[in-house]
Design a protein around this ligand. Structure first.
Ligand SMILES: NC(=O)c1ccc[n+]([C@@H]2O[C@H](COP(=O)([O-])OP(=O)(O)OC[C@H]3O[C@@H](n4cnc5c(N)ncnc54)[C@H](O)[C@@H]3O)[C@@H](O)[C@H]2O)c1
Length: 342
């Protein structure tokens, strides 16, 4: 049996222990509540941050989506399909220069040469030519487009030269007659010089205008023409005549292989609507529902050539028609002005 003082001592000690335990328990409780509070605030902060990040992400998405769309469009244009091109072996594949290749006739010639599998370099100063005439080849490994004026020398390596650079329609060649003369003389000299240096064959795109106001119909190649050297068209007519003379001088003196093609009035896709000549005039007037204008008596004749690109071949079709034939076909109204057809 424990004595009374001992019992009091034991109970005093256990009361203290109890208080201590209670104090510890209270502290533990406060600490856990505190910890929970901290956890909750961390969680709250995290969720606030997450929702902020989500908002930023969706904002970025909104900005990026149109850019992605643009990139997709660009990628599509990079994988653009070119017109079908034949494969030519190294031996058969020629490096060909087409001056004036962004023009009406030149761009069809470029199409033909490209589709035949050659390497084509188009040189053009875009006076009357347009990039869109050849844009379907831009980026093709066989194609190159150079913005250059043939009045300046050009140093490239080629096997053949098709020299078409020159304004062709009267409003264009009369716009700056001196420039027309320079293009056809200095420009042709430069191309012949290039042909001589690299041993290339050159074809000159000449014109029926070398016959001037002809006294012989139809004109044969041995007809020398009837040209006014100081008339309004002389810059073009005489420019082309001297260009032909230069070709044959280079052939005789330097042994350069040359060809001369005298092209007659050509029409077809990509022709200039404001060409000023009869076919485009008729088409424009017809589209506008106006009477078609025929100058003079209507008995003049012209030789026409149609140019277009087909899937695999460049087709030119020649036809001759008198104004009267055309009049009959289309019910034209004759115009009393006694002016030459352009
Ligand atoms: N279209 C016809 O009916 C016709 C008739 C006879 C002859 N031609 C000849 O055929 C060729 C092409 O005629 P087109 O009807 O295609 O004419 P076009 O005007 O459409 O093409 C001529 C091209 O030559 C370019 N050019 C002009 N001057 C140049 C220069 N100094 N340097 C570089 N490029 C230059 C032009 O920008 C244009 O792309 C011309 O030589 C023209 O004389 C055409």
């Amino acid at each position: 049996m424990l004595s009374q003082p001992l019992l009091r001592l034991v109970s005093a000690v256990s009361r203290r222990r109890m208080k201590l335990l209670l104090g510890i328990a209270l502290l533990a409780y406060v600490a856990s509540v505190w910890g929970n509070l901290i956890n909750m605030s961390v969680l709250l902060n995290r969720s606030i941050q997450e929702s902020r990040e989500l908002r930023i992400e969706s904002r970025i998405e909104e900005i990026i989506e149109p850019l992605r769309e643009k990139i997709r469009d660009l990628e599509k244009s990079f994988t653009q399909k070119y017109p079908p091109v034949k494969f030519l072996s190294e031996k058969d594949r020629k490096r060909i220069l087409v001056t004036g290749g962004a023009g009406f006739v030149g761009s069809h010639l470029t199409d033909k040469l490209m589709m035949d599998g050659h390497e084509v370099t188009v040189v053009d100063n875009f006076f009357t030519g347009r990039k869109r005439n050849v844009e379907h080849w831009i980026g093709h490994e066989n194609f190159e487009l150079i913005n250059h004026d043939v009045v300046e020398p050009l140093y490239i390596e080629v096997d053949q030269i098709y020299h078409l650079a020159s304004p062709a329609s009267p409003p264009n060649y009369m716009y700056n007659p001196i420039k027309t003369l320079k293009t056809n003389t200095i420009g042709t000299l430069n191309m012949l010089g290039l042909a001589k240096r690299v041993g290339a064959r050159l074809l000159l795109a000449s014109t029926s205008e070398v016959y001037g106001d002809p006294e012989v119909h139809p004109q044969t190649e041995d007809y020398w023409g009837h040209v006014n050297p100081i008339g309004p068209r002389a810059c073009y007519d005489e420019g082309k005549r001297v260009a032909e003379t230069m070709c044959y001088a280079y052939m005789k003196q330097e042994g350069v292989e040359v060809r001369v093609a005298r092209i007659f009035n050509t029409f077809g896709p990509r022709m200039h609507m404001n060409d000023g000549r009869v076919v485009s005039n008729f088409i424009l007037q017809a589209l506008q529902g106006e009477p078609l204008t025929v100058y003079g008596s209507g008995s003049q004749t012209r030789a026409f050539q149609y140019v277009r690109r087909e899937e695999t071949s460049w087709v030119t079709e020649c036809l001759s028609a008198s104004v009267l034939d055309l009049q009959e076909q289309s019910g034209l109204q004759a115009c009393s002005q006694n002016t030459h057809w352009l």
